[in-house]
Design a protein around this ligand. Structure first.
Ligand SMILES: O=C(O)CCC(=O)C(=O)O
Ligand SMILES: [Fe+2]
Length: 135
């Protein structure tokens, strides 16, 4: 069994969002992140065009955003890609989000799963201690 961590994020109104960082660009080290966001919006995920495009994730009432993290990218030997994302603050409203990070246990070694490599596929990743992913 792994671990689950719940964060509560509060982004106060920011008169000049372009002059500040809500949350800087990053990937989560989790297997999956389950994210509840309110109706304000501000979460962006990186586009895949190779340029620096960002896609706004519109908040949909009652929905959860599921982000793939680094651990799942490794376990799946790149079938699932960890998504880079960032948060931009809002000029007129406070924002709250609640990410739930589903993680393998820090003391475990992970690598591409044997089931994924069963057809002779080459592992892209070596075994790595989960603890090391966040360093
Ligand atoms: O607030 C959000 O929508 C995302 C927060 C986030 O990316 C994180 O806490 O890792
Ligand atoms: Fe994140």
């Amino acid at each position: 069994m792994g671990s689950v961590r719940v964060n509560l994020n509060y982004y106060p109104i920011c008169p000049n969002p372009e002059l500040t960082i809500g949350v800087g660009r990053h990937c989560d080290v989790s297997t999956l992140t389950i994210l509840l966001q309110d109706e304000i919006g501000g979460l962006y995920v990186k586009g895949h065009d190779g340029d620096d495009s960002w896609i706004h994730v519109p908040p949909i009432k009652g929905s959860l955003v599921i982000n793939v993290g680094d651990a799942l990218q490794i376990l799946s030997n790149d079938r699932y890609k960890s998504i880079e994302h960032r948060v931009v603050a809002n000029a007129s409203k406070n924002r709250i989000s609640v990410p739930i990070f589903v993680n393998p246990r820090p003391s475990t070694l992970i690598g591409p799963l044997p089931e994924v490599l069963a057809n002779g596929e080459k592992p892209i990743y070596k075994q790595v201690l989960v603890l090391r992913l966040s360093i």
